[in-house]
Ligand binder design. Structure first.
Ligand code: SF4
Ligand code: SF4
Length: 198
């Protein structure tokens, strides 16, 4: 395993867990420069091989890693076409408070109700357009629970609110907490109001 510290680091959703990867950006760029299409049958194994140079990948999770890497490669190519790849994945400040939905795919029937209410484009379809996935976890507004509330199948679970407030406290109150509503068009919600009134 290479320990080159100059490589990029970012977290992406693999299965149901946010997972930090070293060198993801470089791996995606390498494949893009080689002109490899996201539907190339070898793209998953190729990406996995690149990621394994700098990260430990547990054997039972290989399929989930490949699925997530192909998804990110697809997104990376789309962003690259628009010249917005630098904005992909994250706001580093938000990695300090893990507030984002977890979707239980086996419960999701693909009704799309959650997609319609999310103001921050956190959610998106899987490549087959049958289930919803968490694509931009760090765009989720801390305290918001809209998608979980509208899901008729109870397939979306949010972290407990207490965890969010504990996190706010560890930053020394609301003053140093990153603006939880940046980019949110709701104006007001139960979660934000509680955070601001603390
Ligand atoms: S909790 Fe709110 S901001 Fe987060 S994914 Fe659901 S609807 Fe979007
Ligand atoms: S609202 Fe629930 S069941 Fe419908 S697509 Fe979203 S997660 Fe799936």
């Amino acid at each position: 395993m290479d320990t080159n510290t100059k490589l990029s680091y970012q977290q992406i959703m693999i299965g149901r867990a946010m997972t930090g990867l070293i060198g993801l950006r470089e791996a995606l760029e390498r494949l893009a420069q080689e002109g490899i299409a996201p539907d190339d049958p070898k793209v998953g194994s190729r990406l996995l091989a690149e990621i394994r140079k700098h990260n430990y990948v547990p054997r039972p999770a290989i399929a989930e890693y490949e699925q997530a890497l192909i998804r990110e490669y697809r997104r990376y190519l789309q962003a690259r076409e628009k010249g917005t790849q630098e904005h992909l994945w994250r706001d580093p400040r938000k990695e300090h408070h893990p507030w984002f939905p977890t979707i239980f795919e086996e419960k999701c029937d693909g009704c799309g109700a959650c997609l319609g209410v999310c103001p921050n484009d956190v959610l998106g379809w899987n490549p087959e357009h049958t289930k919803v996935l968490v694509l931009e976890p760090y765009e989720c507004a801390p305290g918001c629970q809209l998608c979980a509330k509208v899901c008729p199948r109870k397939a979306i679970v949010m972290p407990p609110k207490e965890a969010l407030h504990q996190r706010v406290d560890s930053f020394g109150g609301t003053a140093t907490f990153p603006d939880p509503c940046a980019g949110c068009s709701l104006g007001s919600c139960e979660g934000c109001d509680k955070i601001r009134s603390k």
